[in-house]
Design a protein around this ligand. Structure first.
Ligand code: PEP
Length: 251
């Protein structure tokens, strides 16, 4: 299975910066065609800048794809401020990130919300990257598997398959902090997630499970070589084209 290397740009960048970052990533991929054989690459600009990526990627005919950082829990209609899965698909997005810990923390998203959004995303043909992960206090109290296990099972809709769903394990305390889970902890948690997925979906041996949380060029090789780590969801380092490409090369 090819690794999936996903860059979550969060709420960063001007129009010009977005163009610049996209251009530098495109140049890096063009200079190293072997990247395409070893990994799938996707970027997640803020909503307002997805059009920049669409235009540049289409023009360059690049293997790099793009997606959105969230979508609405419902179809088109009276939902001021929301963006529907239908609109994203119509705009050429392949993936949508759902249930990121920042959405859970600042927008009160629950497993139920994530499940509804994933079901709508699937019905429109989008691939959902469903994020799960424990808080530091939950790990300290030894509850990390209970938390991650219930987030996983309660966030997955009936429509989930290996083709339309990717799981991202992101320990909340490792996001944007420079702290990463140890390769042993990552191995242990990814094995646990795999087991839960196999119990729930018969063919989940092939469902991608990404690791996210301060992945950088200097720790990517070790993390990406860990069993059951099928790629990375990268925040901070994905805002630097060289760092993002170095992580892809590490895959
Ligand atoms: C993320 O936001 O999904 C993430 C993993 O961020 P960072 O790489 O900055 O920790």
């Amino acid at each position: 299975m090819k690794k999936l290397i996903a860059g979550n740009w969060k709420m960063n960048g001007s129009w010009a910066e977005t163009r610049n970052l996209t251009e530098n990533i495109l140049k890096g991929i063009e200079a190293d065609p072997s990247l395409e054989d070893t990994c799938d690459l996707v970027i997640f600009p803020p909503f307002i800048h997805i059009g920049v990526a669409k235009e540049m990627l289409t023009e360059a005919d690049s293997p790099l794809t793009y997606g959105a950082q969230d979508c609405s829990f419902n179809g088109n209609g009276a939902y001021t401020g929301d963006t529907s899965a239908y609109m994203l698909r119509d705009f050429g997005c392949e993936y949508v990130i759902l249930g990121h810990s920042e959405r859970r923390q600042y927008h009160g998203e629950t497993n139920e919300t994530v499940k509804s959004k994933a079901a709508v995303a699937h019905s429109e043909g989008l691939k959902a990257i469903i994020c799960i992960g424990e808080q530091e206090s939950e790990r300290e109290s030894g509850a990390e598997k209970d938390v991650v296990g219930s987030q996983l099972l309660e966030s997955l809709p009936e429509s989930a398959t290996i083709l339309n769903t990717v799981i991202a394990y992101e320990p909340v305390w490792a996001i944007g902090t420079g702290k990463t889970a140890t390769p042993d902890d990552v191995k242990d948690m990814h094995e646990f997630i795999r087991k839960k997925l196999v119990e729930r979906l018969e063919i989940a041996e092939n469902m991608r499970i990404l690791y996210g949380g301060s992945m950088k060029p200097d720790n990517a090789k070790k993390l990406l070589a860990t069993p059951n780590v099928d790629g990375g969801l990268i925040g901070g380092a994905s805002l630097d084209a060289e760092a993002f490409l170095a992580i892809a090369r590490a895959a």
